[in-house]
Ligand binder design. Structure first.
Ligand code: FMN
Length: 214
């Protein structure tokens, strides 16, 4: 089965793109590594045409504002239904928030999109708490190993391993105790890193839950 990986991050091939790291880890060690192409900076018409040469398309993407990035939506607009039966479409979503429950709406959409495009749905793998991968790759060694195993098993079986999907998908939702501990971290100011730090530096932290369009 000839497979192409599509990197759906607006950062494309940049060093700080977690999608790039995950895509490369997925194919690392394969006997015949899959081709990888980025949506960012591509001619979308050409790319949509190019993927028709493959039996399977796996799209790896981040979640931006609880949804897929705009360039990814734009790319989908260029896709045409497969002209022959038996082609597969799968997805790997990675995002910053801990709970993978936020991915459920995009997942549902991807399942129906595959059907609309006359592809067999290979499934969706979801991973939360992934924003720090490029900053602290050593801390994410286990996660990257699971992604690597996912790729190796995919090459052997042409399927996403269910155990790894379940593992990477945890926690789907935080338990009450986890929520309490998380709240404690916030109250103590120990979460003043990354995104939160940036919001504070820009005097936007108190406005982070505003809903201006309501
Ligand atoms: C503009 C923007 C919006 C984001 N929105 C979300 C979000 O709604 N939920 C979430 O879990 N992570 C969100 N993130 C975090 C990204 O999903 C996470 O950092 C991901 O690993 C980025 O992948 P990339 O480096 O390949 O683009 C956001 C990041 C950015 C830059």
């Amino acid at each position: 089965m000839k497979t192409i990986i599509i990197n759906g991050s607006p950062k494309g091939n940049a060093r700080n793109s977690n999608t790039r790291i995950i895509s490369e880890e997925f194919v690392r060690g394969m006997k015949t590594p899959c081709d990888i192409k980025c949506i960012a900076n591509s001619d979308l018409e050409e790319l949509a045409h190019h993927i028709e040469k493959y039996d399977t398309v796996i799209i790896i993407l981040p979640l931006y504002i609880h949804a897929m990035p705009g360039i990814m939506m734009n790319f989908i607009e260029h896709l045409k239904p497969a002209s022959i039966q038996g082609k597969y479409l799968g997805f790997i979503i990675q995002a910053g928030f801990v709970e993978t429950a936020q991915e459920k709406y995009v997942e549902r959409y991807f399942a129906s999109l595959a059907k609309q495009l006359n592809y067999i749905y290979l499934g969706t793998v979801s991973k939360g708490e992934a924003a720090g991968i490029y900053m602290f790759p050593k801390m994410f060694k286990k996660v990257l190993k699971k992604i690597n195993d996912l790729g190796k098993i995919y090459e052997e079986t042409h399927a996403f391993d269910q155990n790894i999907i379940e593992d990477l998908g945890k926690p789907y939702e935080l338990s009450k105790i986890q929520t309490f501990l998380f709240q404690l971290l916030c109250d103590l100011g120990l979460n003043n890193v990354g995104w939160h730090k940036m919001l504070r530096q820009n005097h936007a932290f108190d406005k982070r839950l505003d809903r201006p369009f309501l």
